[in-house]
Design a protein around this ligand. Structure first.
Ligand SMILES: [Cu+2]
Length: 176
């Protein structure tokens, strides 16, 4: 199920609006606040979609966050393994959620994952902000990125936020 059937137009528009309002051509010059907004917007957005999706009877596994970036993507030229290692193993090196979010863009981690998922898995919509949320893979990617954000929150001692799973799927993923 690459495209989620009957995806609500209102949700599609919400995502579109955020990206149009927060569009920067140069990821090395993102303004302060962008990173926090990027992480928080996508967190609340995927949670809203998970809520709607739960009412549809579709298979929840289709939109669960990836546990890790697929090797096929990690092996591409655009993939920044050093950036990934810092996010996964050294989250406390980011002084704020804003720094983490800006880093995900400036290092091209988020962009490369979108671009290469689109190419390798035949899902061109992932490269289009206006269409990407219709695809199941959008949630594989952003569910995973939200876990990275949670790891940072845990490292930063933001226990209350980190201890509150965003969905059943997220709770399961947290259990190791
Ligand atoms: Cu987005």
């Amino acid at each position: 199920m690459p495209f989620i059937p009957n995806f609500p137009q209102s949700l599609l528009e919400e995502h579109m609006r955020w990206h149009h309002a927060n569009h920067y051509d140069d990821f090395s010059q993102l303004p302060p606040g962008y990173g926090q907004s990027f992480l928080n917007f996508h967190r609340q957005f995927i949670n809203k979609v998970y809520q709607w999706y739960g009412t549809t009877g579709y298979d929840p596994r289709a939109i669960a966050g990836w546990q890790s970036v697929p090797e096929a993507i990690r092996n591409t030229a655009c993939y920044n393994r050093a950036a990934e290692a810092r996010v996964l193993n050294n989250p406390q090196s980011f002084a704020s959620a804003d720094q983490l979010g800006i880093f995900l863009e400036a290092s091209n981690l988020h962009g490369c994952i979108h671009q290469e998922s689109a190419r390798l898995f035949g899902e061109p919509a992932l490269n289009d902000f206006d269409e990407a949320p219709r695809t199941t893979m959008f949630y594989n990617i952003h569910g995973m990125i939200d876990q990275w954000y949670r790891n940072w929150e845990r490292a930063a001692g933001i226990a209350r936020a980190a201890g509150k799973p965003s969905s059943g799927a997220a709770r399961k993923r947290n259990r190791r």
